[in-house]
Design a protein around this ligand. Structure first.
Ligand code: FAD
Length: 400
């Protein structure tokens, strides 16, 4: 490693790799640090993502990364009110064991220095025209365990923290990027042999007693002939049922005898964006900035989008000789107008849905079901004007 870079990006998830690649393409000397031995491993994700056309705006996507083309959604709602939403090419099931390294590979091809077994341990205050990043460099044992072999201090004119949901980097520099119950969702994903549900659909269970504050998913990975079966629940304020056991129970109930390959778990920030995630010569990207969708918990596409927007603003900042927080705020504003406002709406909708009593939830599902059956035709939606108006009114008045 050199001792000086234009930009150091911390974390080689989708957000970090996209940010780093774009920065290198703008011509900046960029270092991408990843603490793990193997990028993308272990996968802690349901792997459902945006469609190919959207992903390809970030560069070519190797076909090995793609498991399934998703052509619709099926939701098992409360009291047997189910919703089917056919939508050809609406998304993809990825194989993140291949996708995350692929994005880092694209970054490396464009000139980023990608280093694994390299954990950022601290980021200093601004000193002159840079921040100092301390890095613990190590050796992997081939099984994911990394042993430190040396440390190094690196000067960076700009630091991007893309270190995921458990982000320490943001806190190190004084941002409020911690996790709070009720604002965080715990997710469990169980990889099961074979395809459990419709092979080109994402299937969900929501609004049932067992998952009042979350949902269960079944996502088919056709190429590997496995299903990601999982659940996401809001972290309760007080000790609640063990999410892993609940998910297992439901797997057994819905698909008796399902054969489990392995299980992963993790946190998802579902609070909506952090209030502030830029400082002088510093920005957070992706889960670290809570860019995740607060309704669905999806964060792959959001992290990539933020990575691109961050790189654009940093490039403008370099050109204007201004990497102050005031200038970098332009990145926060761009993210907010592009997808943050929508996330605020979705956050409100989630809270509204969870605050409804059971009969109202069922009624709302019926309204949505009618809307879906009509193929989202506004006129058909308005055929139930009383119910629709009632829910729209209650939603607009909802203060939660
Ligand atoms: P990450 O992918 O978390 O990458 C952060 C990287 O930073 C990691 O590689 C980490 O090792 C590295 N790192 C951390 N600290 C340091 C350090 N100090 N130094 C160097 N490296 C560091 N999203 C979807 O879109 N679809 C889904 O189906 C979906 N399902 C999910 C299911 C579960 C159970 C969970 C937990 C999450 C799920 N998500 C899903 C969310 C999705 O995984 C994240 O939103 C996404 O990975 C965020 O990308 P990122 O680049 O911000 O962070």
């Amino acid at each position: 490693l050199d001792n000086e870079y234009d930009v150091v990006v911390i974390g080689a998830g989708p957000g970090g790799s996209v940010a780093a690649r774009n920065l290198a393409r703008f011509g900046y000397k960029t270092l991408l640090l990843e603490k793990r031995e193997r990028i993308g491993y272990p996968v802690r994700c349901g792997e459902a993502s945006t469609n190919l056309a959207d992903l390809e705006t970030y560069g070519p996507i190797d076909e090995d990364c793609i498991e399934t083309i998703i052509n619709g959604l099926f939701i098992y709602g409360p009291d047997g009110v189910n919703i089917e939403v056919p939508k050809p090419n609406m998304g993809l099931m990825l194989n993140r064991l291949k996708f995350d390294p692929w994005l880092a590979h694209l970054a490396a091809n464009d000139g980023v220095e990608v280093v694994t077994c390299a954990r950022a341990t601290s980021v200093s205050e601004v000193q002159g025209d840079c921040r100092i990043v301390c890095v613990s460099l190590g050796q992997g044992d081939g099984n994911g365990k990394v042993t430190e072999t040396s440390t190094q201090e690196i000067r960076a004119k700009m630091v991007v923290g893309a270190d995921g949901v458990e982000s320490q980097i943001g806190r190190m520099v004084g941002l409020k990027s911690g996790q709070l119950p009720n604002l965080t969702c715990t997710g469990v994903d169980i990889e099961v042999k074979g395809l459990l549900t419709k092979p080109d659909y994402l299937t969900f269970w929501q609004g049932h007693d067992f998952i009042n504050d979350g949902y269960i998913w079944s996502f088919p990975k056709q190429r590997s002939d496995v299903t990601n079966f999982g659940a996401g629940f809001i972290v309760p304020n007080k000790p609640g049922p063990n999410i892993y056991e609940v998910t297992l129970e439901w797997l057994e109930k819905l698909f008796p005898g399902a054969k489990i390959n392995h299980t992963v778990g993790g946190l998802v920030p579902v609070s909506g964006f952090l209030k502030q995630y830029t400082l002088d010569r510093f920005a957070l990207v992706g889960d670290a900035a809570h860019h995740t969708n607060p309704l669905t918990g999806g964060g792959i596409a959001a992290a990539m989008r933020a990575g691109r927007f961050c790189a654009q603003r940093v490039d403008e900042g370099f050109k204007a000789h201004d990497l102050s927080q005031k200038f970098l705020q332009g990145y926060e504003k761009h993210c907010y107008s592009y997808f943050g406002r929508m996330h605020d709406f979705e956050l409100k909708f989630r809270k509204f849905l969870l605050a409804l009593n059971k009969p109202d939830q069922i009624e709302l599902y019926k309204v949505l079901q009618g809307f879906a059956l009509s193929g989202y035709k506004k006129r058909a939606f308005l055929k139930t004007p009383i119910q629709t108006t009632k829910y729209l009114y209650r939603f607009l008045k909802f203060k939660g």
